[in-house]
Design a protein around this ligand. Structure first.
Ligand SMILES: [Zn+2]
Length: 286
């Protein structure tokens, strides 16, 4: 981490605390609280990668969130967006990729604590046990969760979503057969593997260049109830409830605090000009 960030973020965060607190109070009074949906990847104390959070830090982060926010389900996030009213500060927890190590602490602990969580996995990794390319690229072939384990977590109450078929960047893909496999076939196969409905989709990588209008339409056509991005951004009452904006978080608690307690950069939406329309354009395939 840059030294200037290590020093400047605490000064900025605590210096703007009165403004943040005032904004939270005002937005609650108006029924306009921003809803933050955060993304974790891997919780473990070994083989630290840039997307790994140690277990003690993860526990601190969830405990801090729980003291200040309602921890709600993704369905409840959508309800509040539909109702165009959000009177209490709320956060939803998600995970992307599906690392086997999450089964050691994070998932059992979240279930035990009754913290709602949506866990996005890629079909090919679940089916084959093959590590993700981004882990192989840094020489760290971490194992993914397998279907039997995921079935057990789903039965215990974990919401499992689809993170594409092969964790491919869907932004530049133009071939409809590829989009169909990564989005539609991925849902059907994951439902078969889990023996239960899969309701939500999360774009791999999730920043605007990884999300095309065409791919977004395929997500709706496939019958998913939501498409999740991950470029940072709040879900504000009145915005399209089909598109769930998410904020990636790491292993620094203060950065999480800064993200969810009203970072001004997260109020704008770079995809708002077209994404808000797309959920109503295409009929569902099945
Ligand atoms: Zn991913």
């Amino acid at each position: 981490m840059n030294l200037w960030k290590r020093w400047l973020l605490p000064i900025y965060y605590y210096g703007t605390w009165p403004i943040r607190t005032g904004y939270g109070w005002l937005s609650a009074c108006r029924g306009r609280c921003p809803i933050a949906v955060v993304v974790f990847h891997r919780v473990a104390d070994d083989q630290a990668t840039p997307w790994t959070c140690p277990t003690d830090v993860f526990r601190q982060q969830i405990d801090w969130l729980r003291r200040r926010f309602e921890l709600i389900s993704l369905a409840e996030v959508q309800d509040r967006l539909c109702e165009q009213t959000s009177r209490r500060l709320a956060v939803h927890i998600t995970f992307d990729d599906g690392y086997a190590d999450n089964a050691r602490f994070a998932l059992p602990w979240l279930l035990e604590q009754k913290v709602p969580c949506t866990y996005f996995v890629s079909v090919e990794q679940v089916r084959t046990g093959k590590p993700f390319d981004h882990d192989l690229a840094i020489g760290c072939p971490l194992p993914p969760n397998r279907s039997e384990e995921l079935r057990q977590f789903a039965e215990a109450g974990l919401e499992i979503g689809c993170h594409s078929y092969s964790h491919r960047d869907l932004g530049p893909v133009k071939d409809p057969s590829v989009l169909e496999k990564e989005i539609v076939q991925a849902r059907w196969e994951l439902e078969d593997l889990l023996a239960r409905p899969v309701r939500y989709f999360a774009f791999p990588f999730g920043v605007p260049k990884n999300i095309s209008r065409e791919a977004f339409r395929w997500v709706h056509r496939a019958g998913y109830e939501a498409a999740c991005s991950a470029y940072g951004g709040y879900n504000l009452p009145g915005r399209d409830p089909f598109h769930i904006r998410r904020i990636p978080v790491d292993s620094w608690l203060l950065r999480l605090k800064n993200h969810v307690l009203f970072d001004p950069r997260k109020f704008s939406d770079p995809l708002a000009d077209w994404i808000g329309q797309s959920s109503i354009l295409e009929p569902v395939i099945r």
